[in-house]
Design a protein around this ligand. Sequence first.
Ligand code: FAD
Length: 432
Amino acid sequence: TNDSKSTSKNKVVAVVGGGLVGALNACYFAKRGFQVEVFESREDIRQAKIVKGRSINLALSHRGRQALKQVGMEDTIVSKGIPMHSRMIHSLNGTQSPIPYGKKGQVTLLMQRLDTPHSAETYSTTKLNFAHKLLNWSTETGAMTFLRADGTKEEIQADLIVGCDGAFSAIRKQFLRQSRFNFSQTYIPHGYLELTMPPINGEFAMKPNYLHIWPRNTFMMIALPNLDKTFTCTLFMPFDEFENVTTGDQVIEFFQKYFPDTIPLIGADALKRDYFRLPAQAMVSVKCSPYHLSDKCVLMGDAAHAVVPFYGQGMNAGFEDCLVFNEIMDQLNEDFSAVLPEYTRVRVPDDHAIADLAMYNYVEMRSHVNSKWFLFRKYVDNTLHMIMPRTVIPLYTMVTFTRTRYHEAVKRWHWQDKVRNDIVHSSLYKGL
Ligand code: FAD
């Protein structure tokens, strides 16, 4: 209504964290007419070439795209993205076999991490404050204390604080002191390390429109294409195993044993050097609830739910948070005291479901893609989907190519799993 629009113009929304989700959120609030202030601890990311330890390319799927679309950002991002339609499984002997993700036309898009942050600046009501690190905030007054690059502190007030400051959120620390706040965090035994595969004669060294996977049971490597024709290879492996490889020669020996086809493509010298450039990074899964604190503060993105990266949904879920919040803002007329609890009610089960699914996929990607039984089940799923497209929808399709609520996708998957197993077993008995 006009009323809410005129009040939103006077209200200040502080978005803490100018990463992917913070930047998108800033656009959503600015579009509604709020005064938006974004606070980011890093220096201006426009100047930063590499975000340390963080992969530069991310798989953007349906949910993320819908969220970008709502604020008119989809086309810009998609035009700069690389479509991926299949996985490419690399076996030990070097054979490559593609496994399509979904039906024809269902693609996942690879976007570059640095594409989003500055979109928020297109709104005149948005101010980006770099080198502002949130130290603390008061749940009573809502006052936030920031540390600036020159060592000075600044205190700032806002009508709403949106915590988008990532998996180790400083905003969330105040939640931990509240009664009835649930919180859990789990580190998985695996770490990850990134390597670059350069172009060959100006062209991609492998087929570009695939997610390349080298599944090797307890560990695996994946490779994703970048716009500059390089691939980013990410090696996922238990920390114990990383500790066993300490010299350049051991790296080569290790790759010879498990990923021999990649040695000439990455280059033996580069491999020996880059393997030790950064230590392996840890991966954490964080779940909490509620996502809001009175009508003052709300958590979104990794600050609310860091998930392990094995479903390619972390950013997508975070982007969908913004979209869901926006839908609730419409329904409840921008009244924060009603919107915030409703957002928690609606979103917690879904974000918890994707955290669980990502953990499940952690196991699946490592071992099951190798197994014949898994491939056979996938085949049955896809066939059933073709015959009964409305009744049987593979889990991956629901998660990646639809906005079916995550927790409903899980429910439906359990039901389908039962039906599918019944069919498989009865066909086996019939000797089919
Ligand atoms: P972040 O990207 O972590 O941003 C948080 C921001 O807050 C940062 O800019 C940080 O500097 C800032 N900040 C932190 N503390 C403070 C403070 N005290 N004060 C001010 N600012 C602060 N997701 C996908 O959807 N698809 C993928 O393919 C995918 N691949 C991944 C691969 C790997 C190896 C990993 C680790 C993750 C992957 N993800 C993927 C997940 C994705 O990276 C995250 O979900 C996403 O970055 C979350 O965005 P965010 O804005 O919530 O948090």
